[in-house]
Design a binder for this molecule. Structure first.
Ligand code: G3I
Length: 364
């Protein structure tokens, strides 16, 4: 007798609790990951979830690898914060974040004006940081947020000194230091429907590639608002647009915040629907390799600091209870995993979802 595998899942997974990364991989993604900040490391209940490879297959240091925390003084490197989060990742993947960014930049970089000095400083920074984490990073966000919403270049210290050449230069150095790491351009508001910023990002990536830089992926941060997040169709159209110039895409910093608090059941259900659109979009696009949430628990979200009165953007609440959004995301991943397992039709005894997940964890 032939059965579809989705009929078998409850029977064939004894002891496997429902978890995000497990089903994301079974559905064909490389990972479902989370950011982890240093302030959370002492919270044992939180860490039990963060360390669970079935829940999160990839970890990103929310702050630990940034310039201000790795090279606060010129030429003097420290990796304590980043290393503490890398230890949490353990054998799992890391999406490493970030090398060249205008924010959390030490003051001494702001006072560099000459092209040659900036070029040399970027080379030194990338070389030291990437060498330290060499072999641990599945990917690096090499350049972060270089473009304004209107599509113009951000007037960062790097742009001021080197013009857009700082982008190609950064990627060339990164490729030479860790050839195995996937190199990403990462930005916010580029998960939306094709707009000026999205066009500008694709164009700058193409120009840097034409100048000899390797850029493997575009990271779409996806800091969105409940009720005005994009539909699956809008998200996939944008990804297809980017897919013409890079090999990989990823949602890299997902959170979907409520703009008014407190929230009721209807707002929570809307948040769940918004998360689901994003997950479905990633599953639908061949080059979308994974999803990272910008922390999974509300008490460690950056939103209330930057947007007072807004928040509750994560999949778990402050008591580490799973929200409707968590359950909806999981359900979509489980369905996608089951469909993938069921095609082609298989026999009841031949395959469990478990074997698919372990035999082909990164296949897509
Ligand atoms: O570490 C200090 C702590 O010692 C001090 O007591 C506390 C007082 O406010 O501040 C702590 O530092 C804060 C740090 O987060 C660690 O939590 C900084 O003030 C705060 O500015 C910093 O915010 C980070 C923000 O980037 C900075 O722009 C957020 O945690 C981090 O989640 C956020 O992440 C960025 C991505 O890297 C890039 N994309 C946007 C995203 C959200 O802004």
């Amino acid at each position: 007798m032939h059965l579809h595998a989705y009929l078998l899942i409850p029977l064939f997974l004894p002891g496997v609790s429902a978890q995000l990364n497990h089903y994301a991989q079974a559905a064909g993604l490389k990972f479902f990951g989370t950011a982890v900040d240093n302030g959370a490391l002492g919270n044992a209940a939180y860490m039990a979830i963060a360390r669970d490879a079935d829940e999160f297959g990839s970890v990103t240091p929310a702050n630990g690898q940034k310039w201000a925390n790795t090279e606060a003084s010129r030429g003097s490197f420290g990796f304590g914060m980043g290393d503490a989060v890398a230890a949490v990742a353990g054998e799992r993947l890391m999406r490493c974040h970030t090398l060249v960014w205008h924010n959390q930049l030490p003051g001494w970089v702001n006072s560099i004006f000459s092209r040659s000095d900036m070029e040399s400083v970027i080379t030194t920074h990338i070389t030291n940081v990437m060498n330290h984490y060499k072999g641990q990073c599945y990917s690096w966000d090499v350049v972060n947020e270089a473009v304004e919403d209107d599509g113009s270049f951000r007037q960062s210290p790097m742009f001021r000194a080197m013009g857009e050449d700082f982008i190609a230069h950064s990627f060339k150095v990164a490729a030479s230091v860790d050839p195995a790491a996937k190199l990403y351009y990462n930005d916010f508001n580029i998960e939306r429907y094709i707009n000026d910023k999205i066009r500008a990002v694709r164009a700058l990536v193409s120009r840097a590639q034409a100048a000899g830089a390797r850029i493997d992926g575009i990271g779409m941060q996806d800091h969105a608002r409940v009720g005005s997040a994009q539909s699956q169709k809008e998200l996939t159209d944008t990804m297809e647009f980017f897919a013409e110039v890079v090999d990989e895409l990823a949602y890299t910093e997902v959170d979907i915040r409520h703009t008014r608090l407190p929230v009721g059941d209807e707002e929570r259900e809307q948040q769940a629907r918004d998360y689901v659109e994003m997950v479905r979009a990633c599953l639908a696009v061949e080059k979308c390799v994974g999803i990272t949430v910008w922390d999974f628990a509300d008490q460690y979200s950056w939103i209330p600091n930057e947007f007072p009165g807004e928040g509750e953007a994560c999949l778990f609440d402050r008591n580490l209870q799973k929200k409707p959004a968590y359950h909806s995301v999981l359900s979509v991943l489980q369905s996608a995993a089951a469909e993938r397992t069921a095609a082609p039709e298989i026999t009841a005894t031949a395959t469990t979802l478990e074997t698919v997940a372990t035999a082909d964890p990164a296949g897509k």
